[in-house]
Design a protein around this ligand. Structure first.
Ligand SMILES: NC(=O)C1=CN([C@@H]2O[C@H](COP(=O)(O)OP(=O)(O)OC[C@H]3O[C@@H](n4cnc5c(N)ncnc54)[C@H](O)[C@@H]3O)[C@@H](O)[C@H]2O)C=CC1
Ligand SMILES: CC(C)CC(=O)C(=O)O
Ligand SMILES: [Mg+2]
Length: 350
């Protein structure tokens, strides 16, 4: 029987994951849900944000759902032991290279976006972010002393042909089931890794996906177009750094960062890693006001993509829609519901 491993993490992570637990208990009572310490909480308990034991449990589970990691408490921890390093390490260990980040605007929330309603009503973008390569992982990196007394900080943006091809393939396959359109966003005008990205996507398209409409777009223009006319996009494939930034920007098109779920997928048959795209939100942690919908919708994606329970996923998606239609709103959406009350609203609609 498949298992969901919950890694609540830090800040609002445990608060939003608590609502996932309640939803899972009501919707899929036969699903085994386990929990483990991770991130800053694990650093405090074990001196490392990701223990070997938790990593191994993740690799053998049906799916992993994490809340968020990080926060000011760990700002002075050594870089490789910071909570975020634990997250990067888990993504790498699971080799979940394709990060699906749907920016979908629920009709009831079109007015909650910071953009005009007509610009976002009906919005449905799928980001496919490369997740285990690029500048977040490239070597060398570091901060060194210079002879003149200054310091130098540096990172390396690096991609290989196969890393670009495999994530590109995911984007083109997804596009075939949608409106058959892919934008590939990079900075080929200034970055060598961006130039290779463009060449590899162009070749892959010509060789295997000529039926899909492909447009190349520079990542800075993509950011501008996302707030000018977001509905021109369907699937956007991009690298690790640009995908991180562009998807946070797109979150506001849907009403709140607290709305966007994600699925990180690797090879077929391997467990996926599911996470809301937001962080640990230290500014509201402990107040019980975080929006749990990004986490709940991440569970919806886990049911669909890893746990073989598409029907339960459909029921959950409909329940979230119904709760929003009925007016359920946390503070980030302009309402006053607490995290638990938003969980109640979804449970009531199940
Ligand atoms: N996947 C992860 O675990 C991620 C971790 N982080 C970490 O989280 C920490 C805080 O990072 P920030 O830059 O503040 O980004 P953040 O995403 O935690 O918060 C940005 C803003 O959005 C709000 N927000 C985020 N999620 C929300 C929710 N569910 N409901 C209502 N409001 C929400 C926060 O209150 C804050 O004002 C840092 O240590 C960062 O490294 C950041 C992004 C992703
Ligand atoms: C390592 C993470 C904290 C980076 C991030 O913001 C994300 O993946 O969304
Ligand atoms: Mg991010």
């Amino acid at each position: 029987m498949s298992t969901l491993l919950l890694l609540p993490g830090d800040g609002i992570g445990p608060e939003v994951c608590g609502q996932v637990r309640r939803v899972a208990a009501a919707l899929t009572p036969d699903l085994v849900v386990e929990e483990a310490i991770y991130g800053g909480a694990s650093y405090d308990a074990h001196g490392t944000p990701l223990t070997d034991a938790v990593r191994d449990r993740a690799l053998t589970s049906g799916a992993v759902l994490m809340g968020a990691v990080g926060g000011p408490k760990w700002k002075d921890a050594p870089r490789h032991l910071r909570p975020e390093a634990g997250l990067l390490g888990l993504r790498k260990a699971m080799d979940v290279y394709a990060n699906l980040r749907p920016a979908y605007c629920f009709e009831a929330l079109a007015g909650a976006s910071s953009l005009k309603t007509e610009l976002v009503s009906g919005l449905d973008i799928m980001f496919v972010r490369e997740l285990v390569g690029g500048v977040y992982f490239g070597e060398p990196r570091g901060i060194v002393d210079l002879p003149d007394g200054q310091k130098k900080g540096f990172d390396t943006a690096v991609y290989t042909t196969s890393e670009i091809e495999r994530v590109g393939r995911v984007a083109f396959e997804l596009a075939r089931g949608r409106t058959n359109k892919v934008h590939s966003a990079e900075k080929s005008n200034v970055m060598e890794s961006g130039l290779l990205w463009k060449q590899v996507i162009t070749d892959l398209h010509a060789r295997e996906y000529p039926d899909v409409q492909l447009e190349h777009i520079l990542a800075d223009n993509c950011a501008m177009q996302l707030v000018r006319a977001p509905k021109q996009f369907d699937v956007i494939v991009t690298d690790n750094l640009f995908g991180d930034i562009l998807s946070d920007a797109a979150a506001m098109l849907t009403g709140s960062l607290g709305m966007l779920p994600s699925a990180a997928l690797g090879a077929a048959g391997k467990p996926g890693l599911y996470e809301p795209i937001h962080g640990s939100a230290p500014d509201i942690a402990g107040q019980g006001v975080a929006n749990p919908l990004a986490a709940i919708l991440s569970f919806e994606m886990a049911l669909r993509w890893s746990l073989g329970r598409a029907q339960a996923a459909d029921v959950l998606l409909a329940a979230v829609k119904a709760a929003l239609d009925a007016g359920a709103r946390t503070r980030d959406l302009g309402g006053s519901l607490s995290t638990v009350e938003m969980g109640d609203a979804v449970l009531k609609a199940l």
